[in-house]
Design a protein around this ligand. Structure first.
Ligand SMILES: [Zn+2]
Length: 414
């Protein structure tokens, strides 16, 4: 399995200068290669292969002296990156390649470069852990958590954040099976990601959104300060850094919460059922607040899917059509405006929280999809309506999970 470990670098001023220089040479190579792609296509009527472009690198070095200052494999990954971008673009545009759509990268948009397979290692120098990089030297690194001994370091990406800080992200391969979970899932959960509550599940847990209003306020006040400064002045540049740091803090806190919540579900359960948001997005009319919320859901679900894979947990995305209207007990649909927070079925009398009802529908669709069947899991038989246990996001952040079970306790350390 593939894992990512991210650490902060502690570069000296000289290191910073060298890192920035490397970054800029890679950027220029990226732009040059993009130019070559277009030129080649004009002459040959088709795009060159990645191998063709990579094989041009030695010739390029003949006249482009700066390239020799960068480790050769790093240059190769620049070419590969361009092809990756190209591929994701052509997936979007089924007709033609859309090379013209790929843009030249100005400095602020080209923030990282990668050592693949070789040219880097972690080392100890003078009692300090350093990241030893070919052509760049030994850069102190803060290993706030260890990479497991049995891990193979596949690559490292050096990235400069808008705050000016540098980070190293290791791509690591570990030869381990996901923890053993029953072939037929036993502990199953359906999760409804809602508007008022962050997530509502079939075990009666409702987790609220994290309160980040303080962080947001601070960011806004720094942004106001920035707007009062003369654009491009030294003070403006200083303030721009402060704003970037505030942005980074807000983003980190939000992600931290989503990491912990997704860890909890992936470790605690054998099967996790959620709504397929790609379908949901098409069903619902977009508005601004909804878009913000759905961006967070998307992040949550992609983290959840990845972690479920890591933990050997079934991840099922179900059709969201009618999950709110349908009665989880008898299946009869009832119109239900947004402000009606309770589900009260006129056909069978089943009563529960609106989101709990949706979560039950999501779970039974999920079980059906993996062929487990849902008869034993209907809410009536498990004596629903459940008392909803409302959990603040703060508790998730501090304890690492909404409930304290044995499995959840191990989810605290991500
Ligand atoms: Zn009913």
């Amino acid at each position: 399995m593939y894992y990512a470990y991210k650490y902060r670098l502690k570069p000296s001023d000289a290191h910073r200068e060298a890192l920035d220089r490397h970054r800029d040479i890679c950027r220029q190579l990226y732009n040059h290669t993009l130019y070559r792609l277009n030129e080649y296509r004009e002459n040959h009527g088709e795009l060159p292969s990645m191998t063709t472009l990579r094989s041009e690198l030695p010739d390029l070095k003949q006249w482009w002296d700066d390239l020799s200052d960068v480790y050769s494999k790093v240059l190769q990954t620049v070419v590969e990156r361009l092809f990756d971008n190209l591929n994701s673009l052509s997936k979007l545009k089924e007709n033609g390649y859309g090379v013209g759509q790929l843009k030249w990268k100005p400095p602020r948009e080209f923030r990282s470069f990668t050592y693949n397979q070789s040219g880097f290692k972690l080392d100890k120098k003078g009692g300090q852990t350093v990241l030893s990089l070919s052509k760049l030297g030994d850069i102190p690194i803060r290993l706030h958590r260890a990479i497991p001994d049995d891990a193979t370091l596949k690559q490292v990406t050096l990235k400069k954040e808008p705050t000016g800080e540098w980070f190293a992200t290791f791509g690591v391969e570990m030869d381990r099976e996901p923890p053993a979970k029953p072939e037929t899932p036993e502990k199953c959960v359906g999760i409804d990601v809602g508007i008022l509550k962050y997530a509502h599940d079939t075990d009666g847990t409702a987790v609220g959104s994290p309160d980040l209003s303080d962080e947001r306020e601070r960011l806004e006040s720094e942004q106001r300060d920035l707007s009062r400064k003369e654009h491009g002045s030294a003070n403006w540049e200083k303030q721009r850094q402060v704003v970037a740091e505030r942005h980074a803090t807000l983003k980190r806190k939000r992600r931290d919460f989503l990491h912990k919540l997704s860890n909890y579900y992936a470790r605690e359960y054998d099967l996790v059922a959620v709504e397929d948001l790609d379908v949901k997005g098409m069903l619902e009319s977009p508005s601004n607040s909804r878009n913000t919320a759905s961006a967070a859901w998307r992040t949550f679900l992609s983290l959840l899917e990845y972690k479920c894979k890591r933990e050997g947990t079934h991840f099922v995305a179900v059709n969201p059509r009618g999950t709110t209207k349908e009665c989880a007990s008898c299946g009869v649909s009832t119109e239900k405006p947004l402000w009606v927070r309770e589900h009260s079925c006129p056909a069978c009398g089943f009563e529960t929280d609106r989101d709990a009802n949706a979560a039950w529908n999501i779970l039974s669709r999920g079980l059906e999809k993996v062929g487990v069947g849902h008869s034993e899991r209907t809410p009536v038989e498990t004596a629903l309506p459940v008392d909803t246990d409302s959990v603040s996001a703060k508790r998730v952040i501090e304890a690492g999970s909404p409930t304290l079970t044995e499995r959840a306790a191990s989810a605290v350390s991500e």
